[in-house]
Design a protein around this ligand. Structure first.
Ligand code: PGA
Length: 265
C-alpha cells in the first residue's frame, strides 16, 4: 500500500528560534496525537516530513527521533557529487546528517534558478544513489492550462525527470503535482482538477512500469493546500497527501492538515 504523506516546505522562512518553536510545538502535537490514534482503531497516521532550510537540518533531525513519525528533508541538492561549487550542498551531505528526503524540481527552482529537465534528472540520480527519497515536483503554468496543454506539460516533466529510470529506482520516488498558478497564490486546484491530474500521472507510470508500481507510488498535491481545503483534496483516490508551503509555517494549520489526511484513510 502506498504511503500517505504530509510534507511541510518551509522555503526560506523562519529564524532558528522560530524554527525551533514551530518544530517543538509540532513534536508535542504529534506525540499526543499518536497516543490517541494508537489507542483507537486506526494505525493510518500519515508520514510527516518537514523541509527546513539546510542550516536547520541537523537541529531538526536531533529533535525528531524516529518515534515521532516526523522525517526531515532538504529543499534542494546540487547536481554534482562534490567539488568546487561554492555555496552548494551535495546529496551525500544531506544524507550524512540523517535527512531522508529531498525536494527536486520545485517550480521556484525551475523558474527562479533556471533548473531544467537534464539537470533535475542528475539531481534525482544523485539523491537515489545517496539513499535519499526524492520528492519530484511537476506542474503547469497558468497559460499552459488555459491552452489545454497541462497534461502534456506534466507528462514531459515526468518523462525527463523520473520516468527514464529502472523500476526499483522509481519505487523510491515520491511525486508532487504542484500547479504553478496555485503555489502561494491562495488559488487551489479544485479537488476534481487535482484528481484528474493525479490519475493521469498514475496512468503514465502504469503504462510504462505496470500496475503494481503505479499503485505503490505516492503522489502529493501542492499549491495553496490549507486546513480548510485539505480534507476535500485528500478524499480523492489518487491524492496521497500534500506538499504544503505557507500553511506548514503555522502549527495549528499544519496539524489540521495532518489530521485531515489521517481521517481520509
Ligand atoms: P503553498 O506552497 O502551499 O504556499 O502554495 C506549496 C509549495 O510550494 O510547495
Amino acid at each position: 500500500m502506498r504511503k500517505k504523506i504530509v510534507a511541510g516546505n518551509w522555503k526560506m522562512n523562519l529564524s532558528l528560534e522560530e524554527a525551533k518553536t514551530l518544530a517543538g510545538e509540532l513534536k508535542v502535537k504529534m506525540d499526543q496525537y499518536k497516543d490517541t490514534i494508537l489507542e483507537g482503531s486506526g494505525n493510518n497516521i500519515p508520514e510527516v516530513v518537514i523541509f527546513p532550510p539546510y542550516l536547520y537540518l541537523t537541529g531538526m533531525i536531533d529533535l525528531f527521533v524516529h518515534d515521532d513519525g516526523v522525517s526531515v528533508g532538504a529543499q534542494n541538492c546540487h547536481h554534482e557529487e562534490s567539488g568546487a561549487f561554492t555555496g552548494e550542498v551535495a546529496a551525500s551531505m544531506i544524507h550524512s546528517v540523517g535527512a531522508s528526503y529531498v525536494i527536486i524540481g520545485h517550480s521556484e527552482r525551475r523558474s527562479q534558478f533556471g533548473e531544467g529537465d537534464k539537470l533535475l534528472a542528475e539531481k534525482v540520480k544523485l539523491a537515489l544513489k545517496n539513499g535519499l527519497t526524492p520528492v519530484f515536483c511537476c506542474g503547469e503554468q497558468l497559460p499552459e492550462r488555459e491552452a489545454g496543454k497541462h497534461f502534456q506539460v506534466v507528462a514531459d516533466q515526468l518523462l525527463h525527470g523520473v520516468l527514464w529510470m529502472e523500476k526499483d529506482q522509481l519505487e523510491r520516488v515520491v511525486i508532487a503535482y504542484e500547479p504553478v498558478w496555485a503555489i502561494g497564490t491562495g488559488k487551489t486546484a479544485s479537488p476534481d482538477q487535482a484528481q484528474e491530474m493525479h490519475a493521469h500521472i498514475r496512468k503514465l507510470i502504469r503504462d510504462s512500469y505496470g500496475e503494481q508500481i503505479a499503485e505503490n507510488i505516492s503522489i502529493l498535491y501542492g499549491g495553496s493546500c490549507n486546513a480548510k481545503n485539505a480534507g476535500e483534496l485528500f478524499s480523492n483516490p489518487d491524492v496521497d497527501g500534500g506538499l504544503i508551503g505557507g500553511a506548514s509555517l503555522k502549527v495549528e494549520d499544519f496539524f489540521t492538515i495532518i489530521k485531515r489526511r489521517q481521517e481520509n484513510g
